[in-house]
Design a protein around this ligand. Structure first.
Ligand code: THU
Length: 139
């Protein structure tokens, strides 16, 4: 299978995950699909709450599903949401991803209405200077 076909298949899974989105407050469904180094896929959707700040983004849901199943190494993530321009993951999700994924981790980003027009952006470009505890703690 070509890289392009693989990327489109992953976007499709992220798109399908938006069907599970619980977003009655924002009415902004988001889906994510995270691939492990071995090719397993974990999907996630955003899960909102009446106490708005407790909302979980689709990216973090996919990540914690994978982590809680013992996965630690990841190859790529696709994210679908919004209209028009490809979605940009929020800072909290990027920081969570940076815990496990390097700056060369590719993120395939698309909107809901046109997930065929996607962008591939590296985690290190989206979060160039994320927090790392080792840079501040004494050794
Ligand atoms: N959201 C995500 O799930 N991922 C993103 O990358 C951006 C925002 C969710 C959070 C909230 O449920 C809704 O989109 C509107 O902010």
């Amino acid at each position: 299978m070509s890289k392009l076909t693989e990327m489109k298949a992953l976007l499709r899974l992220a798109y399908k995950a938006t069907n599970q989105s619980y977003s009655p407050y924002s009415r902004f469904p988001v889906g994510a699909a995270l691939v492990t180094e071995k090719g397993e896929v974990f999907t996630g959707c955003n899960v909102e709450n009446a106490s708005y700040g407790l909302t979980l983004c689709a990216e973090r849901v996919a990540l914690v599903k994978a982590i809680s199943e013992g996965k630690r190494k990841f190859a790529v993530m696709a994210v679908v949401g919004g209209k028009g321009k490809p979605i940009r993951p929020c800072g909290a999700c990027l920081q969570m991803l940076a815990e496990f994924c390097g700056s060369d981790f590719p993120m395939i980003l698309a909107s809901l209405d046109d997930h065929k027009q996607f962008e591939v952006v590296l985690l290190g470009d989206l979060l160039p200077q994320g927090f790392k505890i080792g840079e501040h703690s004494e050794s």
